[in-house]
Every structure is written in C-alpha cells, then in structure tokens.
Design a protein around this ligand. Structure first.
Ligand code: GLC
Ligand code: CA
Length: 536
C-alpha cells in the first residue's frame, strides 16, 4: 500500500495564485489544466490542490459553504472533472483538501443552527459560559449569538465555526463528502487541521488560554480518524493529515503502518525554530541546533516505528524557505538547492509547494494595504495595539506573513509574470523578471532542473524511498548531515546552512557524488553546499 507514495513526490497548488485563465486576476481550474504538462515535467505523481469549493473566502477557501460544489470564481464542476481526467491521463492523481474541523458560517448547516434549529445547533459547539479561549487568528475563539443566548466555538476566524464531531450525524455528513469526491476520481486527500476535531469534554470548566492547544489530539481523535478512513474506504489511497502542535507518539499512530489511519502527517516543529520564545510574530534567525534536534528526533523516531512522514519546507501558510533559512542574494541558487536536498533525501514523502521549485522569495510588501490574509491583518492590528511601531510590525509581517507564500506563481518575465492578463488579486514581487519558470526551464543549472532531478532520484534509488535514517555528527552546528542505509548501500547527505566555508569532522564521505550544488568534493563545505554521496 505504501509503495504508492514512498517513491513519489507531491506538488501543492494554491489555486488562487497558480494560473489565471480568464483575466479576472484569480487563478482557476482551467489555469491548472493549462499547466499540467509543466507539473508532469517535474515528475511528481500527485497534486494536492487547496480548497476551491463554494466559500465566501474569509480564509481563502478554508471556510467552505458547500463541500460538493465548485466556487464559481475558480470554474465549474465540468472544469473540475476535466482537470481530474486530464491529470489521470498523465499519470498524476489529485488530492483534494477536506476542511472538516469547521465550515463557513454561510454553510446551510450553520444558517439553520443560527436560526435556532436544535438539530443543527448540535452540528456545532454552542455554550452558555464558554472558557476564555483565544483563536489562532487572534481575538476570542467564541462568538456570542444574542438571539440564542449562547456562543459558538471558532478556533480560527469567527466565519469558521467548529463542527461537533461528537455528533454521529456530523461524522456521517463528512464521510459523504469524501465519498462524493472519491466518486469523481480523486486519488487522495489532505485533511485540514485534523487533530483539532475531537474537542475535550467539559469545555465550560476549562481554563483560559489558546483554544487550539486544548483541542489538539483530543480524546476520540484516533477513533474518529479510523472510522472516517474505514467507512469511506480510503485506507489504500494517499492521505495526509495536517496536525497542529502534535507529538511524535501521536504521529506514530496517525500514520501507523497498518493503514488504519492516514498515510502520513504534516507537523510543524521544524518551522518554529525561528519563533522567539515560541511566538510566531517575532523576528529571530533559525536555531540550527534545534532544527537538527527536531529532524533527528522525528526522522529516527518515525522510522523506528515504521511510520511515514510528509516532508516539506513550504506551503500556503509559510513564508518562502529560501528567504527564511537560505539567502535571497549571492547564494540564492545554492541555498535553494541545499534546502531542497536536505528534505528530499529524508525518509518520507516530499511536498513541493508551487514556486518553491524555482526559488521564489518572500513578497517584500512595504505597506499594510498590500496584505490580504486575515491572520496577517489581525496580527498587524494586535501588534500596533501593543505599541509596536508601524515599521517594526511591517518588518515582522515581511518575514512571517502567510502572504509571503501566496504571491502568484512566476511563470515568465512578461506581463504580471505570466500569471494573469488582468490585475492580480495580490501583488507580484519584482524579481519575477529573473526568477521565473520559463527562464529556469531552459537553464540546465537552474533550481527548477535540480528539483526535477531530486524527484527522479527518489524514483530511481530505492534507498531514498526505503532506507533507514540516522543523523550524523559533523562536529559543526552549521552543517547538518544524515545517512540512509539499505542492504549494503549507504547514502550520506551533508548540508551547509550558512554562507561561509565550513569544516566538518568525523564524517566518512567515500563513494560517488549522487547530486550536489557545487561540482566535486572539497576539503571545506562551500557556502550553502549540499552534497549527497552514494557508497556501495
Ligand atoms: C490550515 C490551513 C490554513 C487555514 C487553517 C484553517 O492550517 O492550511 O490555510 O487558515 O487551516 O482552516
Ligand atoms: Ca480566473
């Protein structure tokens, strides 16, 4: 079962910013269809596409008002069916994004709940005396409905009321949604913030704090996931759950080799190593020591348990990795390739987020008017209310905002980076003139062609898909290294995370260079050098 995805790579599309086919400035399904040959050229086997279902778009589609219909801003059901069939013909399967922790407040279930229908109120979580919880996007996690004399829980935006998974009817409704898309030929699923669905008992007696932290990995979580997987028959498909602040022990179960839950999980510990005192809206260079600790713990721990991991640096909720842990300047190309190498040789399934494969950078917005994301706008307000200067708040957003990863895909050096004929819904970084897919396609030394090679190597070398993994000590905090072993073979991966020549000690690097971002081997690791050596 796992063979399906062990040697595969997944490409993630954020539809709104991928490719606009009709000049309204918004990426759409027909835009995706036109780029399928490009995606095929990467060698990936699956595409995870972010939600394009009916939605008022308060959180760019993660607020679904109708799970079975296509948002007209993205196209029609017919377009969607064609997209699935055309990808299928190219040997690429779609993974659709199921947002099941919450609906939109404009979903018909919630409208009925608000009207006081007790059956539908029980689809959500209403309380008279709720605990003082804050939401992920800032502010209270409860919104009062005066006509009902109760508040409803929203771990995210008030327009995203949380569903009550303890109600079996809710679970049945959601299973039907999965069956519906499975029936349309979808090959897998991504489940949004899945480990938040099982809420704690006795909510009203719980203390104040961050709502999500009380709801993660809740009492019935494994039971609900197993039920969902079994009753919809998706146990042999590729499935990935987004797991917020979870533990290794939990993820071992979520992705256990028996296949009763999911194929794999996204977890985010490695993307918090630049959070000062755990806070996202701060500025701090990455703590490489911590980065190494987290990867070695998770890679080795999941491997020992026989569980499987999703590998990623980027998605639509993260700033661009080359801007974050790499270098946008002199070593742009080297650092982008090094970061890719570090992830792609690990044990798990790599995910490439649109634009990552060409080294796209953060947005470099200079005014708050350029930001669109609800979380960024809320936290800008919160920072300003707390006395942070405008310049400082903009600097924090410039480094942490989700919009850094949501600027349009840079296809060409032409008008609007080839993304739209019209006016883009969000700004496009100036650097599209040099950083774009067309230029890189024709350049054998480009980041794009390096990614293509990484995807190919995973398919060609079983050691990358199947080997054991162990982190190795390089005697240097800035050079992270691990080895993979299978049969008599050994693969050593060394990555220099800084802009200086660095010395490594005690690492055995005999064998042939499988891939690297400089040619040959050196006494010292060059700036942002990545080196992969195959022995045996
Ligand atoms: C996930 C999504 C994110 C969304 C949130 C609430 O984290 O990836 O974009 O805002 O869930 O649905
Ligand atoms: Ca469009």
């Amino acid at each position: 079962m796992q063979d399906k995805y062990k040697s595969s790579t997944v490409y993630q599309i954020y539809i709104k910013s991928f490719c606009d086919s009709n000049g309204d400035g918004i990426g759409d399904i027909n835009g995706i269809r036109s780029k399928l040959p490009y995606i095929k050229s990467l060698g990936v086997k699956y595409i995870w596409i972010t939600p394009f279902f009916c939605s008022p778009m308060a959180d760019n589609g993660y607020d679904v008002s109708d799970y079975r219909n296509v948002n007209p801003m993205f196209g029609t059901m017919e377009d969607c069916e064609k997209m699935i069939a055309e990808a299928d013909a190219l040997g690429i399967g779609f993974m659709f994004d199921m947002v099941f922790n919450h609906t939109s407040d404009e979903h018909e279930w919630f409208k009925k709940a608000l009207a006081g229908d007790p059956e539908y109120m029980d689809y959500y979580i209403f309380r008279e005396n709720p605990p003082e919880w804050t939401s992920v996007f800032g502010g209270s996690a409860w919104k009062i409905v005066p006509s009902l004399g109760k508040s409803y829980l929203h771990l995210f935006d008030p327009k995203q009321p949380d569903l009550n998974w303890d109600n079996p009817k809710v679970r049945e409704e959601l299973k039907d949604v999965v069956r519906f898309w499975k029936g349309k030929g979808v090959k897998g699923f991504r489940f949004d913030v899945l480990n938040l669905i099982s809420k704690p008992a006795n909510l009203e007696s719980l203390p104040a704090g961050a709502g999500a932290s009380f709801c993660k990995d809740g009492p019935h979580i494994h039971e609900y996931i197993r039920e969902l997987v079994e009753d919809t028959g998706i146990g042999d498909m590729i499935t990935v759950g987004e797991m917020s602040s979870t533990t290794l022990e939990q993820c071992v179960q979520y992705s256990n080799p028996s296949g009763s839950e999911l194929s794999m999980c996204f977890n985010f510990h490695h993307l918090k190593v630049d959070y000062k005192d755990g806070g996202k809206w701060t500025l701090m260079p990455p703590d490489l020591h911590e980065l190494r600790r987290i990867f070695s713990e998770w890679q080795e721990g999941m491997s020992n348990a026989g569980s499987w991991q999703a590998l990623f640096w980027c998605n639509h909720d993260q700033p661009r990795i080359v801007s974050r842990f790499g270098d946008e300047g002199q070593y742009w190309k080297e650092s982008a390739k090094m970061l890719a190498t570090f992830i792609h040789f690990m044990r798990g399934t790599p995910y490439i987020y649109q634009g990552e494969e060409i080294g796209m950078t953060n947005a470099h917005f200079t005014s708050i008017e350029q930001y669109k994301d609800v979380e960024s706008l809320n936290y800008y307000g919160i920072m300003r209310d707390n006395g942070v200067s405008e310049a400082e708040a903009l600097k924090v957003l410039g480094s942490k905002s989700r919009d850094n990863g949501r600027t349009p895909m840079q296809w060409t050096s032409g008008h609007n980076a080839g993304f739209t004929e019209g006016e883009s819904w969000i700004g496009i970084p100036e650097n599209y003139k040099s950083i774009n897919a067309e230029a890189e396609d024709n350049d054998s030394g480009s980041i794009l062609n390096y990614y293509r090679e990484l995807v190919r190597l995973r398919k060609d070398y079983p050691i990358i898909a199947e080997g054991d993994v162990r982190f190795i000590d390089t005697g240097n905090d800035k050079v992270l290294a691990y080895e993979r072993r299978l049969g008599g073979q050994r693969l050593a991966v060394l990555c220099n995370f800084c802009a200086d020549d660095e010395k490594v000690t005690g690492v055995d690097i005999k064998g042939k260079v499988l891939i690297g971002n400089y040619s040959g081997t050196h006494k010292m690791m060059k700036p942002y050098e990545a080196l992969v050596i195959l022995e045996g």
